[in-house]
Design a protein around this ligand. Structure first.
Ligand code: PEP
Ligand code: MN
Length: 342
């Protein structure tokens, strides 16, 4: 349940409601960002009578949220959350690109990738130093060495960093070098890991699970949100279906659905979403049109020799071409949004 205060409700009136919530043995969270303060009740609210709160001065209305996620929901936080990644804003109506290789392979490779990323207009460098590989015999990542050289390459080209953490034990290490912590698809329901990264204060790029429903994904975000420190960036990366022409089925309807259900931004990953490099550009364009706040895309100086995900990585020429096309659509989307808002 949420309690929505009237515009201009006093601190005293808010305090009275909060006191009552505490007396009922529940926890709460305040959203003071919008015109009307919203108080979210956390815990089992079934025995709480709405009428009790509605009779308090300064209370506009109470709303029962039927979803199990609350803090991530639009009802609790009607305004879009804009995630500030050390100056790069995600969710403010712009389109932010994160580009880089699947894996960090060495200094030359990550520097060259950072140069390419920057040349195309990306603001954030992606790259895995801890890699979730299907086979235990496949390259598992350069680990700390990879983090160090990725940070160095990003700083050289004025980029921010996103990289994956797979294990609670590595959170402090990864957080030291990255601006956004990525939770990979395979860990979307690793609840201990979600709670732990939620305590870091770093924005969390939360990939959709391989067979994750939207409801499960929103609940995964809730595990992070309930820690009250780290904002979430949803990343649609495709889900497993019976289709074999693509690596995953890229579910672009997730973009407007997440926008409707949650206040957190959502970006698209057309690389893992398709698994095929020549499908990446059309699906990136579709992501812009669907209303995504950005994308994460795999690029490589030499895709044929990439240590992981080469078949879905763009070379420099194709990446630059895609970014030009994406820019045209971003402009068109801005015009469409202006028309919608008028
Ligand atoms: C990746 O970003 O390289 C990755 C492993 O992605 P996912 O978790 O979506 O498979
Ligand atoms: Mn990859």
């Amino acid at each position: 349940m949420i309690v929505i205060m009237k515009p201009g409700a006093t601190n005293g009136q808010i305090e009275t409601v909060v006191k009552r919530i505490k007396e009922s043995g529940l926890d709460y969270q305040l959203n003071t960002g919008s015109e009307q303060v919203v108080i979210g009740l956390l815990g089992d609210t079934r025995s709480i009578q709405d009428i009790a709160f509605r009779s308090y001065e300064g209370v506009d209305k109470t709303v029962r949220i039927s979803n199990t996620y609350k803090l991530s929901s639009r009802e609790f936080h009607p305004d879009d959350t804009v995630v500030d990644v050390d100056g790069v804003k995600i969710g403010d109506g712009s389109f932010v690109t994160m580009a880089g290789p699947c894996s960090v392979e060495g200094l030359d490779q990550i520097r060259e990738s950072a140069r390419m990323a920057k040349a195309g207009g990306a603001q954030i460098l992606r790259g895995g130093a801890f890699k979730p590989r299907t086979s235990p015999y496949a390259f598992q990542g350069l680990e700390e060495e990879g983090l160090i050289i990725m940070r160095q390459a990003a700083d050289e080209f004025g980029l921010k960093v996103i990289t994956e953490v797979m294990d609670e034990a590595h959170i402090d290490l990864v957080a030291k070098y990255t601006d956004i912590i990525q939770i990979g698809a395979r860990n979307m329901q690793n609840y201990k890991l979600l709670s732990a990264v939620g305590k870091t204060g770093k924005p969390i790029g939360l990939k959709r699970g391989i067979s994750g429903t939207i409801d499960e994904w929103l609940n995964a975000a809730e595990y992070i949100a309930v820690e009250e420190k780290s904002p979430v960036i949803f990343i649609e990366r495709g889900i497993r279906t019976y289709e074999t022409a693509t690596r995953n089925t890229f579910d672009l309807s997730a973009v407007p659905i997440i926008k409707k259900m949650s206040h957190f931004p959502i970006i698209v990953d057309p690389s893992h979403g398709t698994g095929v490099w020549d499908l990446v550009s059309p699906m990136a364009r579709a992501g812009v049109a669907a209303g995504a706040d950005g994308m994460i895309v795999e690029i490589h100086p030499d895709p044929a020799n990439a240590w992981s995900d080469g078949p879905q990585s763009l070379n420099e020429k194709n990446y630059l071409k895609m970014m030009k096309e994406v820019d045209l659509l971003v402009d068109a989307m801005q015009t469409i949004r202006q028309i919608e808002n008028n």
